[in-house]
Design a protein around this ligand. Structure first.
Ligand code: B12
Ligand code: SF4
Ligand code: SF4
Length: 340
């Protein structure tokens, strides 16, 4: 090994230590190449499987090629943050990632600190977590953090399915890690666990059927034929990732910011004003669905799980000035009455 290579290795080791001391639990490096799955991404867009997430079809070449995002990029660093925690029992299930404070804030501030360290070594950097033009899962697989399971999410051998991912493009030249191997084998538990059939085959998912998409990203009415399948999910869905046997060694996160915050029953949410929403969900990722979306979701949950006690609040919601909420409430009333 030449002296230059040795320096790169020790720089990478010190960056790994810095990342771990900032609270990240996984670190890996890959070259800035177009992932081999890029063709699959194009296919996905061509088939319209992104639904209403139009931004996914924009700037496609840039999204698939890190060299178009940062001029002179030599390495891509992938980082993972553990968010596992047992879920509180409640009517109206909320995905684990959204139970506490918005992870984007914490992740971005950690990434900023990490980039300051990179800069002290002379690198120019671009940090991303979730919202940037980066395919974070294929990147993390290339950097050795884990593999994209049949549900398409990244699975880590130790932390299971409960990792947030972030990516830093850097002009520093770092030795790459070996890509992680797929360890799904003949398992198909995640596919079986999906209530809506959104995992249309191994490693393929149609976002238009996914409860996470329908309850968070989708604006307007939830398609009639999918409403009963949404079941008790109020915001997001963990069914496929929770079913994975690789979660067996998952350990609870130490991040206090992710601790579950109180959230009232869906029937109470129906009576919320905009002020209630702003006050109660301040700093939470759940705000993404907006008040209208949250009330719409609450109606679907009540339609699927509610009883006679929920009827008065739904009758008020059925007169809501928002058409989507009013229609969802009428649907829920019909479901409850049919059960009575
Ligand atoms: C859009 C998006 C969504 C969409 C679409 C989901 C999806 N699977 O892509 C919706 C809203 C549904 C969603 C839901 C969720 N999301 Co999301 N989402 C994203 C986002 C912004 C982009 C992902 C993307 O590019 N999708 C496009 C598809 C085509 O890409 P892909 O999944 O990589 O598909 C590849 C493979 O399927 C493969 N492939 C396809 N067909 C075939 C066939 C064969 C034979 C093979 C071998 C391969 C193959 O090629 C494709 C291209 O690379 C990322 C952040 C980011 N910038 O990456 C977060 C991200 C993926 N989401 C995340 C999370 C946590 C979730 C949820 C768990 C949240 C929840 N609990 O409700 C669910 C999980 C649902 C699921 N099963 O995927 C995390 C995942 C972390 C992890 N450990 O993997 C990310 C990385 C955000 C983050 N920074 O932490 N999400
Ligand atoms: S998040 Fe839920 S609906 Fe979406 S693919 Fe996974 S199990 Fe299916
Ligand atoms: S549940 Fe099974 S098939 Fe699905 S990601 Fe986990 S190991 Fe792979």
């Amino acid at each position: 090994m030449s002296k230059g290579q040795q320096n790169d290795v020790s720089l990478k080791d010190s960056l790994r230590e810095a990342a771990l001391s900032l609270g990240f639990c996984a670190f890996g490096v890959c070259a800035p190449s177009v992932p081999v799955t890029a063709a699959r991404y194009r296919e996905w867009i061509e088939q319209g499987e992104q639904g209403g997430m139009d931004w996914m079809a924009r700037d496609l070449e840039r999204r698939l090629d890190p060299t178009q995002v940062l001029k002179g990029v030599k390495s891509v660093i992938s980082l993972g943050l553990n968010y596992y925690q047992p879920k509180p029992e409640r009517r109206g299930e909320v995905a684990a990632y959204a139970l506490g404070g918005d992870y984007h804030k914490l992740f971005n501030s950690r990434l900023k600190q990490f980039c300051e360290i990179l800069r002290s070594h002379g690198g120019e950097n671009r940090p991303y977590a979730d919202t940037g033009p980066i395919l974070e899962k294929p990147t993390a697989q290339l950097a050795g953090l884990g593999w994209q399971g049949k549900h398409t999410n990244l699975v880590h051998e130790k932390f299971g399915n409960w990792l947030f991912l972030g990516t830093v493009l850097t002009t520093l030249d770092l030795p790459p890690d070996a890509p992680a191997k797929d360890r799904c084998g003949s398992c198909h538990r995640c596919i079986d666990a999906c209530p809506t059939g959104a995992i249309t085959g191994p490693y393929r998912m149609d976002a238009r059927r996914c409860i996470s998409y329908l309850t968070i990203e989708h604006r307007g009415a939830i398609p009639l034929e999918l409403r009963a399948l949404v079941g008790g999910h109020l915001y997001g869905c963990d069914d496929c990732i929770a079913a994975c046997p690789w979660n067996r060694w998952a350990v609870a996160t130490k991040e206090e910011r992710f601790s579950p915050r109180p959230l009232p029953d869906p029937v109470v949410l129906l009576g919320w004003t905009q002020e209630d929403f702003d006050r109660e969900l301040a700093g939470m990722a759940m705000r993404r669905t907006k008040l209208q979306g949250l009330k719409r979701n609450a109606c679907i949950v009540l339609g699927n799980t509610g009883a006679v006690g929920d009827v008065p609040a739904l009758e008020v919601a059925a007169l809501d000035e928002d058409e989507v909420v009013a229609e969802a409430a009428q649907w829920a009333l019909g479901q409850i009455r049919a059960r009575l």
